[in-house]
Write a protein of this length. Structure first.
Length: 249
């Protein structure tokens, strides 16, 4: 069982590790840095570094977790990477269906492949599906997410790299916004965040501000902990409304 510092979840599960860069948000991938660090430490699971790797021995981990958890699936990968076969994703979904006491959050940049997969199979009731929308050029991912019949549909605007403009949030339940961290982090401007917050409020969507990252609201580069997670002087970390998934399967 792996705990996590990610504020919007309480466990991570990585039946897949590793990825390849796909869009602008991937440039300074935290998971790549971490995977290479773990390989250097001799951690067996990361012997391949950040090369996409399937871990059959990790497929059944959540079955052992008797207490209900909110689980971020593939925090160190993208479950819908082209190197992950649909047969393997079927096995991931089988574990999810066997554990209806957990909630599973699946986030991808590969919205096309996610839509293709779920055109062939039902979405488990205890799955939340999300897409990353770090810039205006990838807002089309929302259109691929919107029709999917997940209990919760969410957007992750992290790292938020620009003003993404007007967003149609119909059938979207939750938006996470955050800045980039690390030595090469790109700054996030308050007005970009405020635009999303205002649209979320107007359209009745839960808004979760995760952090500023390496660049503060004042445009100064410093430790991300010092920059904090308040926006306009408040912590805004709403969770989506959803029906309890326990025993729905």
């Amino acid at each position: 069982m792996r705990t996590t510092k990610i504020e919007w979840t309480d466990r991570t599960w990585n039946p897949v590790t590793g990825c390849t860069k796909f869009s602008a948000g991937c440039a300074h991938c935290y998971a790549e840095t971490m995977a290479n660090r773990l390989r250097a430490m001799g951690i067996k699971k990361y012997a391949n570094g950040f090369l996409p790797t399937l871990h059959e021995d990790s497929l059944y981990e959540p079955i052992k977790w008797k207490k209900p958890h909110t689980i971020f699936v593939c925090s160190m990968a993208d479950l819908f990477h082209e190197k992950v076969t649909f047969d393997f994703i079927d096995r991931v979904m089988a574990t999810i269906r066997q554990t209806p006491h957990h909630r599973y959050q699946i986030l991808t940049k590969r919205a096309e492949r996610m839509a293709e997969y779920f055109s062939q199979t039902d979405i488990p009731k205890n799955v939340w599906l999300g897409v990353t929308v770090e810039s205006s050029s990838v807002k089309h991912r929302i259109e691929l997410l919107r029709p999917l019949q997940a209990t919760v549909r969410f957007l992750s605007c992290e790292p938020l790299l620009e003003d993404i403009g007007e967003v149609n949030l119909t059938d979207i339940d939750w938006i996470i916004v955050g800045g980039e961290s690390g030595v090469k982090a790109r700054p996030m401007k308050p007005e970009w965040v405020r635009s999303i917050l205002q649209q979320a409020n107007q359209q009745g969507v839960a808004f979760f501000f995760k952090q500023w990252g390496t660049w503060g609201s004042d445009g100064v580069k410093r430790n991300k902990k010092a920059n904090g997670k308040t926006f306009d002087g408040k912590i805004i970390q709403m969770m989506p409304h959803f029906k309890e998934c326990i025993n729905l399967e």
